[in-house]
Design a protein around this ligand. Structure first.
Ligand code: PLP
Length: 394
């Protein structure tokens, strides 16, 4: 099919709830993807942070082939091996909690909110979330998302969500009450523009939850699975949450989400309280097991940390040269370049030159390279951005 033929199919048959670039991607391999017109794209924002170990990682592809020949899906009436194995691998790399599996980030957060409600007393029904957050598009998670643009057209929202400024301990303390079941934040806000929590802030959340029997939930959907150079971003901050949620990179490109809770909190999910038909299916879990193994066998945590510092340095050097760059911030391979002007056009121009990055919050360029990237691929990406910024300044 030609690019235009595919676009015509979408125009006729696919709901237009996304604004799409006029490119049809037909293949992905490592740090690259390829479009139907034969263009090769250096992908520094692979699958919106999903393909974090690169497109079509051979170990994931092999695990999928093998599992597909054995068992694709069996419902949760039975046990299945990949789900048990994956839960053990994740538990050992986080705080030793127990897992519930689902199919997306929003579902993982839904599960976390429901579990926190069940685990606390009936008077506690409120949740505190932070301005600039993003937690998903379902009704509960859109209410948790403290950004008005995601609420437009959906009022009244699910009640009980209280929004506070991010990283503001005083505001958090004054918003807190006996009615609060939990506090949900991202350790590093992704869609909100790469805003990094302070250790003091996360520790204040921990203290408030401990003192009042509330549940501390960290949304690691974007930050988890090694993106920041550690398995989970909370591990940078000397704090242990009660619940973490993950999705995006977890399945290496296959749809899977997970919520992990400390054992005493997890115990509130008894049969009948929550479920997902596809949650924990054999195929998705086999892919995620391969992701964990690939990250360890290929030393990708170390690479993410090292390459992250390298990328940030290189982008900071660009700042000397281009007035439009205000600052560069990030942890590991989760990096934002704060511009003084809107960046959408810059992203489009980079794509024309074969580089994919992203722009969020209008003025923040997002670099989230695959953890398998090399220095020379980073050099190439930064060179393209440099060229585009020079041309745009004219
Ligand atoms: C992407 C994202 C979600 C939503 O995940 P979906 O799989 O799209 O439902 C939730 N939280 C954060 C932090 C995200 O980045």
């Amino acid at each position: 099919m030609t690019t235009q033929e595919t676009i015509d199919l979408f125009d006729k048959y696919v709901i237009a709830n996304y604004s799409r670039l006029p490119r049809v991607i037909v293949k992905g391999k490592g740090c690259y993807c390829f479009d139907a017109d034969g263009n090769k794209i250096l992908d520094m924002f692979p699958g919106w942070a999903v393909s974090a170990i690169g497109h079509c990682h051979p170990k994931v592809v092999e695990a999928l082939r093998k599992q597909a020949g054995e068992l694709l899906h069996i419902d949760n009436t039975f046990y299945s091996e990949p789900q048990g194995k994956l839960a053990k691998l994740l538990s050992e790399r986080a705080f030793g909690g127990k897992c519930f599996f689902c199919n997306s980030g929003a579902e993982a957060n839904e599960a976390a909110l429901k579990l926190a409600r069940l685990h606390t007393s009936q008077e506690k029904y409120k949740f505190i979330t932070a301005e600039g957050s993003f937690h998903g598009r379902t009704f509960a998670t859109v209410a948790a998302t403290a950004q008005p643009k995601y609420h437009e057209g959906f009022l009244p929202l699910l009640p009980g969500f209280i929004y506070v400024p991010f990283n503001d301990i005083t505001a958090l303390e004054s918003a807190f009450s006996d009615e609060v079941a939990g506090i949900l934040v991202e350790p590093i806000q992704g869609e909100g523009g790469i805003n990094i929590a302070t250790a003091e802030y996360l520790q204040a959340i921990r203290r408030l939850c401990d003192e009042n029997g509330a549940v501390m939930i960290l949304d690691e959907v974007q930050t988890g699975m090694g993106r920041t150079g550690k398995w989970f971003a909370y591990q940078h901050f000397d704090v242990v949450p009660d619940i973490i949620t993950m999705a995006k990179a977890l399945g290496g490109g296959v749809a899977i989400g997970a919520m992990m809770a400390k054992e005493e909190v997890a115990a509130s999910f008894v049969p009948g309280k929550h479920a997902s038909t596809f949650g924990g299916n054999a195929l998705a879990c086999a892919a995620a097991v391969a992701v964990v193994e690939a990250i360890e066998e290929d030393n990708l945590l170390e690479n993410a940390a090292r390459l992250g510092r390298y990328t940030k340095d290189k982008l900071e050097q660009l700042k000397q040269k281009h007035y439009i760059i205000d600052n560069v911030r990030g942890v590991g391979l989760m990096i934002g370049v704060q511009l003084t002007n809107p960046g959408t056009e810059i992203v489009d121009k980079c794509l024309q030159k074969g580089l994919r990055i992203n722009c969020t919050c209008d003025t923040v360029l997002r670099f989230m390279p695959p953890m398998i990237a090399t220095k020379s691929q980073i050099d190439q990406a930064v060179d393209i951005l440099d060229t585009v910024l020079t041309e745009s300044a004219k």
